[in-house]
Structures are given as C-alpha cells and as structure tokens.
Design a protein around this ligand. Structure first.
Ligand code: A2P
Length: 278
C-alpha cells in the first residue's frame, strides 16, 4: 500500500461534505443554491436539515468548529440535487460566509432530515394553503414541486408576504416554471398547475397587492380575491412557515376558524414551522 501524496494528505476533509453546483443571487439580501445530494439521504418534501461551513479554529482544541444552521430543503424529495434558499445577514455567523459560496465549493450537510411541514401531518382535505413570509417560502418550494401535493388536493393556495417586491421573485419564478415541469405534467397531467392560486403581497413597497396576509384575511379581502368563502376544518388544510409573530397570528386565526394543529404522530388540519433565521 502506498501513502497518499503529501498535498492530498494535507487537505482537510470536511465531514458530510457536499459540492455546490449552482448559486443565484436574487436580491442583495437573498440567494438560492444547489448542492450534490448524499446518495443515502431520503427525506419528505417540506423537511429541513442542518447545513453549514467550517468556522475558525477553536483555540482550546486546535480544530476548526463547524457553524451549522437549520435550513428547509427547497427541492422536492425526488430531485437528485438539493436546493436551499437563504437570507444574507451581514454579521450573521453563517450567512455572512455562506453568501460567498461559488460552484465547486463544499458545504457541510448533516443527512438527518426532520420537520413538521409534511403531508403526513395533515388529515385528508380538499384544499391546501401554504403561508410564507420571506425565506419561509423554502419548504413550499419543495412541496409545490412534490406530486403528492396535487394528488392529495383539488386546490393549492400559496400566499407569500414580503417587505419588498424583489423578495417575491424566487417564488414567482418557481411557480411560473411549474407550468413546464416535466414530472408534474406527466404524473399529475397537463394543466395540473391550474390547481395553484398564487397570492403574493408586499408590505413596504408598492406591488399589485399590498398588506400583511393576516390583515387581508381578517378583512376578508384575501378570500374575496381568491374566490373562496373562508377556511373550515371540513375542507381546508394549511402549512405555515414565517417569522414568529406571523406564525402566532395565523395560528390564532386558524383556531378561530375551527382548525386544529397537527403533528407527524397526530395528523390534523394545520402545521407550523419557524422560518430559520441567522
Ligand atoms: P411588515 O413589513 O408589516 O413587518 P420580516 O422580514 O420582518 O421577517 O418580515 C417579512 C414579512 O412578514 C414582512 O412583509 C412583514 O410585514 C411580514 N410580517 C411580519 N410580522 C407579521 C405578522 N405578525 N403577521 C403578518 N405578517 C407579518
């Protein structure tokens, strides 16, 4: 047996390393990227994993310490790569570095998917609602590309509230691309995308629909715009992913409609996950 060449031996080996295959910057605050998928990794659309980068060397141990954060997987379970959608926090321990990744770089991806935004956590229904703010769109980017979403429901409503119009672009482009998604057109049938109702709103910049989705629901305006009478436990199922205040407000609204929170072990009418921020 021969020894590895000196430079190969010297190269630090990242545990659970995956290679970056694609990076796109959507705004000065938002970017998405794709990485290779570990061969053995199975996950359910809507789940999240821990991803990160190697940080500085720890003075005590003399070893670098990984900086890891929870990220919703934005790609569907059938995709051979994995996609993530991230905010860039200038002083954020991870995202200040992560925003600089380029194709060919490596990131750490712990192959242990978990999460509550999964179809298994909901009882059968007629219409599914996805409610997101900001990067909370990520798990729905996965679920909107998941055939089960259209197999299980007659109608799919996705609402996305952001501060500025540019922050809606990642979601808007993804929904537009669904129309020509080969797998979904083949498995669900041509025109499957007509089941989707997309309801983007902004709060701090002019756009066709202004306001927080919660206020638009309270006033009834959102329901009128979407052509539905409201939400009920008989027909409607929902998933929420946004900032904490948003999640709490929506939970309160849902409970007032008679919807109950479900879990993997106890499927009900709606499920909630925090959008993970740096
Ligand atoms: P607003 O601009 O009125 O605060 P953030 O970037 O702070 O996480 O917010 C993302 C989006 O979510 C913003 O459009 C923000 O609106 C909105 N938002 C924040 N809190 C709530 C809430 N409690 N209910 C509904 N929307 C919210």
């Amino acid at each position: 047996m021969t020894d590895a060449p000196a430079q190969e031996r010297a190269k630090p080996v990242l545990p659970d390393a995956q290679t970056v295959t694609f990076v796109k910057h959507w705004t000065d605050r938002l970017f998405s990227f794709r990485v290779t998928r570990p061969a053995s990794l199975r996950f359910r659309s809507g789940e999240f994993v821990m991803i990160g980068l190697m940080g500085e060397v720890n003075e005590k141990t003399g070893k670098p310490k990984p900086i890891m954060r929870a990220y919703s997987i934005a790609s569907p379970s059938w995709d051979e790569e994995m996609e993530f959608y991230s905010i860039k926090v200038p002083d954020g321990p991870l995202t200040s570095k992560l925003q600089k990744i380029e194709v060919g770089d490596e990131i750490i991806l712990r192959p242990k998917p978990v999460g509550t935004l999964v179809h298994d956590a909901l009882l059968p229904g007629k219409r599914i609602w996805f409610f997101a703010t900001g990067t909370g769109f990520a798990p729905f980017a996965s679920l909107l590309r998941e055939p089960q979403t259209y197999e299980d429901y007659d109608e799919v409503i996705i609402t996305h509230t952001c501060r500025e119009a540019g922050e809606l672009e990642y979601g808007a482009a993804l929904i537009e691309d669904l129309k020509s998604d080969e797998l979904l057109n083949e498995v669900i049938g041509e025109g499957f995308w007509k089941k989707i109702k997309y309801y983007p709103t902004t709060t701090r910049e002019e756009s066709p629909k202004m306001g927080r989705i919660t206020d638009l629901m309270r006033s009834g305006e959102a329901f009128t715009d979407l052509g539905v009478t409201g939400m009920s436990p008989e027909t409607d199922r929902a998933m929420i992913c946004g900032n904490l205040a948003f999640n709490l407000e929506l939970k309160e609204l849902f409970e007032s409609y008679g919807l109950e929170e479900g879990a993997n072990s106890d499927p009900k009418h709606y499920v909630v996950e925090k959008a993970f921020l740096d």
